[in-house]
Design a protein around this ligand. Structure first.
Ligand code: PEP
Length: 251
């Protein structure tokens, strides 16, 4: 039985004070959410303060990105995964479509970041998803398969239980346009098959696959009814403690 994960990606919103205020407000609202793991991903500068305030709670803290390099060194502007651990993170998101699109991250870079996250003992949320153009051209499955294979190359069997995949169709992120539960289910089932081929049926069965793209309190239940949807990566609707809590407590 896979335990679902509901993760909030705060993107480049909220200063330290606002991040702490939202996190503290969220704590009692999700305190009884035993059916899923709850994760929030504030900006780098707020990670430590938020993690400190959430200590002892059931909310885990994730970074939104990390360096490809594992050790400290002369890499101006980068943050290594061991530093994220040190700041109180248990998770890191890699390969978000905004990073692929605006910062030209390739599958190879995402793969290096995945490996760096694993090396530091983090859970790694690896994002994949096709653009509208790719979907309209009938290429969605091929694109996502390429991203899965490319972003997860070189993983060993012992790494697999610390990988979470987030399927986020680019056309559904921040657009208010959600994939239908059936569209999402089709892709999630496909991702599980790709993972089984690349690793093992048992690892694929245990893999958590999150859906992301305009998830809101009023569409989460329909998505979560699908067999292969094991949670959500939520952007806009995670910025308010109340709406994120409604998503977490969708049952
Ligand atoms: C995201 O940023 O991962 C995301 C899914 O955003 P939104 O929920 O706003 O579409």
């Amino acid at each position: 039985m896979r335990k679902s994960v509901i993760a909030g990606n705060w993107k480049m919103y909220k200063n330290v004070g606002d991040s702490v205020t939202t996190a503290v407000a969220l704590k009692p609202l999700v305190a009884n959410a035993n059916h899923c793991e709850v994760v929030i991903a504030p900006v780098f500068t707020a990670l430590k303060s938020v993690a400190d305030r959430l200590e002892g709670s059931n909310i885990r803290v994730s970074a939104q990105n990390c360096a490809t390099e594992r050790a400290e060194g002369a890499f101006t502007g980068e943050v290594a995964t061991f530093m994220l651990r040190d700041a109180g993170c248990s998770h890191v998101i890699v390969g978000h479509s905004e990073r692929r699109q605006y910062f030209l991250e390739t599958d190879q870079i995402v793969s290096q970041k995945t490996q760096a996250g694993l090396a530091a003992g983090l859970m790694v949320i690896v994002c994949v998803g096709e653009t509208l153009e790719q979907r309209d051209q009938g290429k969605a499955l091929d694109v996502v398969k390429g991203q899965i294979v490319g972003s997860l190359s070189g993983l060993t069997a012992s790494d697999l239980d610390r990988i979470i995949i987030a399927y986020e169709p680019v056309w559904a992120i921040g657009t208010g346009r959600t994939a239908t539960p059936e569209q999402a289910q089709e892709m999630h089932a496909f991702i599980r098959r790709v993972f089984a081929e690349g690793h093992s049926p048992a690892a694929a069965e245990a893999l958590r696959i999150l859906y992301g793209g305009s998830v809101k309190p009023d569409n989460i239940a329909g998505l979560m009814k699908q067999t292969d949807i094991d949670g959500a990566l939520v952007g806009g609707a995670s910025l308010s403690a109340e709406s994120f809590a409604q998503i977490v407590n969708y049952k």
